[in-house]
Write a protein that binds this ligand. Structure first.
Ligand code: FAD
Length: 382
């Protein structure tokens, strides 16, 4: 089953495919070896709408629908999961700044982001705080005209390179007694420590531990309402889940395509391995997972386009598609035999990177509990 795209969407998809094949595919291996990210490609991706293209035109976007956006993320996922992740992580701050930034902040931060000329991060998780976002420990205390930040953020995508980003912290001021708020922090003006974390998956995403010791930032860098940070953060995760699901669909489809091609050309016992029923069984199991994931993903994107919360649909899509993509990548390795282990071939990278999908933006267990809560009306988190 394939989502039915209109002519405009098909043309966009074709242009994106051409761009990724010509300009991204040839540079992936070197960046994977060096664990670097080609920020110089962002302005070109911005032209397709990858940076805030889903925003309304009066907010600086192109008014791209969530279904089109899912298609765009699927294409990135089929090419390079590190790139898909960096685009996903850039769109969170874009959403916050588009809503909450003042005029000066829009010019200084949002406009470069939309043009693909900024390096950004989004800091929620901490060394002691993962799934339970409500228990964040980082503190922001108002002192005169400045906030004083203390604490740490961990597993921060793009954190090692980011010039600025958004962190969520427990806020203490005459207006706020310990609730969570979002803060814009610019490393170039108010430096803090960023240390690289060497991770197995998504090697080109600059994952970092950020440490803030008495970092003073301007008072106007609190984004939105004091104490409104948790709600804003959780609402942003809903969209990010569909992005991860779509990326997982693309990665799984690529693993399936590569496996079919390999099975038809690799010969053993005097015939193509695709002629063995056990190999066909792998391909069929992969195909069913890809199609089911895609259907769930576009159902979630369509719900968002209808103006619904898409909470249940997004969690189902994220849970199923991210787990299925890893299963598909695993089966792809089996079909490829030893070739599947080679770092000279993309399957090994997809195997590593698809494993990353079940943890961020809410783990598989958290998605399960969200779906259970939506079904029963009873929360099972605590
Ligand atoms: C690739 C990647 C990129 C990331 N990028 C970012 C980023 O840019 N910014 C950022 O802020 N964070 C980022 N993260 C961190 C991510 O958001 C957290 O890893 C995630 O929220 C889970 O937190 P944790 O790893 O601390 O696991 P924990 O919350 O400690 O969970 C450990 C295990 O316990 C389970 N568990 C927890 N609570 C429950 C429960 N109530 N019931 C059942 N099981 C439960 C979990 O599902 C998991 O299996 C990233 C992580 C990854 C892997």
């Amino acid at each position: 089953m394939t989502h039915v795209f209109d002519q405009e969407q098909l043309e966009l998809r074709s242009a994106i495919r051409g761009f990724l094949a010509a300009e991204i595919e040839p540079i992936i291996d070197q960046h994977e070896r060096d664990k670097t990210f080609p920020y110089e490609v962002l302005p070109k991706l911005a032209e397709f709408g990858y940076l805030g293209g889903w925003l309304a035109e009066d907010l600086g976007g192109l008014g791209i629908s969530r279904v089109t956006w899912a298609m765009m993320m699927e294409e990135l996922g089929s090419c390079w999961s590190s790139l898909r992740t960096m685009i996903n992580i850039s769109n969170g701050p874009i959403e916050r700044l588009a809503v909450d930034a003042n005029a000066e902040q829009r010019v200084k931060y949002l406009e470069p982001l939309l043009a693909g000329q900024a390096k950004v991060f989004n800091g929620i998780t901490e060394p002691d705080v993962g799934s339970d976002v409500s228990s964040i420990k980082m503190r922001a205390e108002l002192d005169g005209d400045e906030w004083v930040l203390n604490g740490a953020k961990m597993w921060i995508t793009g954190g090692i390179w980011g010039d600025f980003g958004i962190v969520i912290a427990r806020t203490f001021s005459p207006d706020c007694d310990g609730e969570l708020s979002s803060f814009l922090i610019d490393k170039r003006e108010t430096p803090f420590v960023a240390e690289a974390i060497d991770a197995m998956t998504l090697r080109c995403t600059g994952t970092a531990l950020l440490t803030f010791n008495n970092v003073r930032i301007p008072k106007e860098n609190l984004l939105g309402t004091p104490g409104g940070g948790l709600k804003a953060t959780l609402s942003g995760l809903g969209v990010a889940r569909v992005n991860i699901a779509a990326g997982a669909v693309g990665a799984a489809q690529r693993c399936l395509d590569l496996s079919i091609e390999y099975a038809k050309t690799r010969k053993q016992f005097g015939r193509p391995i695709a002629s063995f029923q056990l190999i066909q069984k792998y391909l069929v199991d992969m195909k069913i997972r890809v199609d089911a994931s895609r259907a769930l993903c576009y159902a979630a994107a369509s719900a968002l386009d209808r103006g619904e919360s898409g909470k249940m649909e997004g969690s189902i899509a994220k849970l199923y598609a991210s787990q299925s993509a890893f299963e598909v990548a695993d089966m792809a390795i089996q079909v490829h035999g030893a070739m599947g282990y080679s770092n000279e071939y993309p399957i090994a990278r997809f195997f590593r990177d698809t494993r990353g999908g079940s943890i961020p933006e809410g783990t598989a267990e958290v998605q399960t509990l969200i779906i259970g809560r939506e079904l029963t009306g009873i929360g099972a988190f605590k």
